[in-house]
Design a protein around this ligand. Structure first.
Ligand SMILES: [Zn+2]
Length: 456
């Protein structure tokens, strides 16, 4: 009897293990088979793995990539191909955030019941339309000339990304033989707007000012005195000029380091960190539900007092991602409410389309409406009162420039970020031009030209 019972338990355990394994297998098949099957090293895909995939189109139905007679065919305009290279991607899946990589299963029409070997009369590939304007991207690539860097523009009311380019770039139909060894092509397989981060420099003063408005009722009355240099224990904070006593508004226009260093120290580590994290620092940002930006970093946990000051000027160890910075400017334009960026306009894939509709207008409150409006006023004043107003003509631009020192005797990276304060053209933007020199001298005119084109 005892023996019989032991055998029953053993049998029961075996059946249980078998069932668990079966459930696990079916679950994995349903959830992950699409990813396994479409890994680049799956030899069933062959060399020309996108030969039967669907179309990729821009917002105006311009075809960026399609398959004809089992061959992948790209847009016939070379400059346009270069402009959208990081968005479309190549057939070796070198660019992680490209559509041909991240949505390849959808383009294929992969189905876990039938797999890849679907008879042609059952096969249904999917087309994917993006929110970007490829002609605007082409214009942007031309304006970047030979500079390296990235830029992005989006509609801060709808979240639609209109333009995103990264340089250097290449022509998918004419990949240089020395692409892996030539320094000119460093970073060519990275979409720097989505996957890059840089030292923020003075554009971070926007975040320090946000923290001041969110924490102090009298933030616009706070004054600090700049004498060009300020000693803090054995360290110091330096400024380009001797600005004397200033308020936040004047200090933003003059980009005074001493003011924003003092302001960050007055706020302290806790308040600065809380604001930065409410603005999505230290986490990835989602673009639709299939792309993640590189995370921007704000960490003053081990900072000295002077380093805390420098963090408020964007020159400590903090970094910022271009698309993320664009959403911060978008939130200031949009009463403090950030609309998360999206790049998918439409698709014939039903599950993807359903997802899109569910998360349409993914929003997050970055700051109060009062803070946003005060920052808007200050960023408009910053443009109106400085040389960068020359680059924007009739557009009502609110912006901030920044210079990120890179050392090694190289010219600094230059930022310009902001938005058009106009209900009919609700666009926010970020541009970074690597090794181009001080402030907005190069980056502001480039983005100015592109914005003028965008509102045409
Ligand atoms: Zn100063």
């Amino acid at each position: 009897m005892k023996n019989f019972r032991a055998r029953s338990i053993l049998l029961f355990l075996l059946i249980l293990a078998f069932l668990t394994g079966t459930v696990f297998f079916v679950y994995e098949l349903a959830v992950n088979s699409e990813n396994w099957a479409l890994k680049p090293y799956n030899e069933h895909l062959g060399a020309n793995s996108l030969s039967d995939a669907g179309k990729i189109l821009d917002r105006n139905s311009i075809i960026l990539a399609q398959s004809i007679n089992s061959r992948r065919v790209y847009n016939e305009d070379e400059k346009l191909r270069k402009a959208v290279f990081h968005l479309v991607g190549d057939e070796d899946f070198n660019i992680s955030t490209s559509i041909q990589n991240s949505l390849r299963a959808k383009l294929f029409g992969y189905n876990f019941l039938t797999g890849l070997d679907v008879p042609w009369f059952f096969k249904k590939t999917n087309d994917i339309a993006l929110t970007v304007d490829s002609v605007l991207c082409k214009f942007a690539i031309e304006k970047m000339q030979n500079y390296k860097g990235a830029l992005c523009i989006y509609n801060y009311k709808t979240g639609e990304i209109l333009c995103v380019v990264s340089t250097p770039t290449l022509d998918i139909l004419n990949v240089p033989l020395d692409v892996k060894t030539n320094k000119d092509y460093d970073g060519v397989y990275l979409n720097k707007a989505i996957s890059g981060t840089y030292a923020p420099g003075s554009v971070f003063k926007i975040i320090t000012a946000t923290s001041a408005f969110e924490n102090f009722d009298d933030a616009d009355k706070i004054k600090f005195t700049c004498e060009g240099v300020k000693k803090i224990n054995s360290e110091k904070i330096t400024c380009m000029n001797n600005h004397s006593q200033e308020t936040l508004k004047e200090a933003m226009k003059d980009s005074c380091n001493i003011f924003f260093g003092d302001l960050a120290i007055k706020l302290g580590k806790q308040k600065m960190t809380k604001t930065a994290e409410l603005l999505n620092f230290n986490k990835q940002l989602k673009i639709d539900d299939f792309l993640n930006t590189e995370r921007s970093v704000y960490d003053v946990s081990k900072a000295s007092e002077a380093q805390l000051g420098w963090s408020g000027i964007g020159q400590a160890n903090n970094t910022v991602n271009p698309v993320h910075l664009m959403t911060i400017c978008g939130s200031i334009a949009n009463d403090g409410l950030a609309i998360m960026p999206k790049i998918l306009k439409d698709t014939t894939n039903l599950s993807l389309k359903q997802n899109l509709n569910l998360q349409n207008k993914n929003t997050q409150r970055y700051m109060s409406s009062e803070t946003a409006n005060k920052l808007k006023d200050i960023m408009f004043y910053t443009v109106e009162q400085t040389y960068i107003s020359n680059y924007f003509e009739n557009l009502k631009i609110c912006a901030k420039t920044g210079t990120a020192e890179v050392g090694d005797g190289k010219k600094p990276h230059a930022w310009t970020t902001g938005f058009i304060d106009d209900e009919t053209n609700p666009l926010a933007f970020t541009i970074i031009v690597e090794n181009s020199g001080f402030g907005g001298r190069i980056s502001a005119p480039i983005i100015g030209e592109i914005l003028k084109k965008a509102v045409e």
